[in-house]
Design a protein around this ligand. Structure first.
Ligand code: ADP
Length: 454
């Protein structure tokens, strides 16, 4: 039941409740109407017997009976008996064979093989030498049968009623829960598009769900505002830091051109320059990412030979690899062309290859493979370095996420893979990482040959 939707549960509950209510109501109605029918049968019987007294006349000791006496009014059979119980006149039901004893003014219930009868007697004493009895007989079974037909009809209609109730219940629940679905869809869209500007927007209503949606929209408003503040802060800080860092770098370059510097001074200035360089790199990444967040970072797409570009970048990284005795191997299919932004494509490769070198081991390798499958271009950068534990793997794309910050130097600030992911996504591609701690990692991204940029 836990797996069922709220809509389904409410429909079932509603249908069960309505069915129970209908059954109870029908039960009460049938039992009351049964009693009502039986009491009306009894009163009709008494009325017909008493009325028949006017239809029996004694003239000169002879019994004179009006023809109306033989009518089956209200289904009542009327007959006349003498005091010995001998049938004199009248009509008897075909299957009524017994002659129950006379009980004046009292309704008797007589059951024969198939039918239940009500029998009512009254006496007529006027001008006749002996007491005459007028007997009324009516069938209870007949009255009950017509009741039973109504009951059967109701029982046949009941499943239809249940079905209709279920349909109505479902439609009603669906309509009531529509705003909840809208809230869920908004949340899903926000997650999918990573777009906090979306709102539920149910408008103004008075019920609890409208209130919930309004509160939800207000909360989204606040979250979006704080995200925007954070983005603006990152962008402002990066902008403000860019000028002083450029000044430091320029000053370092100028100082290093002076001839009268001691060896120690040269080393100190070089260290300052190196750190300022790392800072400049980090600021540049931050600026790119914050421009990307604001949708201002545009790609300059060109139809380029990716095979050559990848080969060239791999060669450039060779110097860094050799410093650490790491072998770069390439398996690049020739003449793969695609629409890419050249500088961002190179940054993407440099980031992945430099990571593969940096997080590698002495005498390790880095394999760079590029291939094309129909319209899809697949590139993988594999190493047999330290690897990434599975609990860290989902987070490596986050900004400033570093698995072991003590192991990394200033040029590895934890922004590289965020940049990489943005570059691939901006080109309409996908990227994933596989890794096994102690054995190595493999980063694979795929792009499309044609323009696939959002
Ligand atoms: P950084 O600039 O610090 O390298 P990245 O965003 O490029 O940051 O990478 C995030 C983290 O992912 C790194 O701190 C590192 O621990 C891990 N990582 C990235 N690439 C590899 C790799 N090829 N092998 C092992 N760990 C890696």
């Amino acid at each position: 039941m836990k797996k069922c939707s709220l809509k389904f549960k409410l429909t079932i509950l509603y249908t069960l409740f309505m069915t129970l209510l209908t059954c109870i109501s029908l039960g009460i109605i049938f039992s009351l109407s049964n009693q009502e029918v039986l009491s009306s049968v009894r009163s009709d019987l008494e009325k017909q017997v008493y009325q028949s007294l006017d239809e029996v006349k004694i003239t000169d000791g002879e019994i004179d009976i009006d023809s109306d006496f033989y009518d089956l009014e209200d289904g009542v059979y009327l007959s006349i008996y003498n005091s010995d119980g001998k049938f004199l006149f009248g009509r008897l039901p075909y299957s009524f064979n017994s002659v129950p004893e006379f009980r004046e003014g009292e309704i008797q219930t007589i059951q024969d093989t198939t039918t239940l009868w009500y029998v009512f007697d009254t006496s007529c004493t006027s001008d006749y030498p002996e007491t005459l009895y007028i007997r009324g007989i009516t069938s209870v079974t007949k009255a009950e049968n017509s009741m039973r037909i109504t009951q059967h009809f109701a029982l046949i209609l009941l499943p239809l009623l249940v079905f209709l109730t279920a349909i109505l219940g479902y439609l009603f629940t669906r309509h009531t829960l529509m705003p909840v679905r809208q809230i869920t869809e908004t949340v899903q869209n926000i997650r999918k598009d990573e777009d906090l500007s979306q709102r539920v927007g149910l408008g103004r209503g008075t019920d609890e769900i409208y209130h919930l949606s309004e509160t939800f929209d207000q909360m989204l408003e606040q979250i979006e505002a704080s995200f925007l503040r954070e983005k603006r802060f990152t962008s402002d800080v990066s902008h403000e830091l860019r000028t002083p860092v450029s000044v430091i770098l320029a000053q370092c370059d100028e100082m290093l051109t002076q001839d009268n510097l001691s060896e120690a001074q040269i080393q100190q200035i070089s260290r300052i320059k190196r750190k300022a360089d790392e800072m400049a790199q980090m600021i540049s990444r931050l600026l790119t990412l914050s421009r990307a967040d604001q949708g201002r970072q545009k790609l300059q797409l060109e139809y380029l030979n990716l095979s050559e570009l990848t080969e060239m970048t791999a060669e450039e990284q060779q110097i860094l690899a050799e410093e650490r005795n790491i072998n770069i191997l390439t398996d690049i299919e020739p003449d793969i062309y695609a629409w890419v932004d050249e500088s961002f494509y190179i940054r993407l490769l440099v980031n992945l290859i430099s990571n593969a070198i940096y997080y590698n081991r002495e005498n390790g390798y880095v394999k760079i493979a590029l291939s094309q499958k129909r319209e899809k271009i697949i590139c993988s950068i594999e190493d047999n370095g330290i690897g990434i534990a599975s609990e860290h793997l989902p987070h490596i794309w986050e900004r400033f996420y570093r698995i072991d910050s003590s192991r990394t130097n200033g040029s590895h600030s934890g922004l590289g893979l965020s940049m990489v992911q943005w570059i691939v996504k901006a080109h309409g591609g996908t990227i994933s990482a596989d890794s096994c701690p102690g054995k190595g990692s493999c980063f694979t991204f795929s792009l499309f040959r044609k323009k696939n940029v959002f």
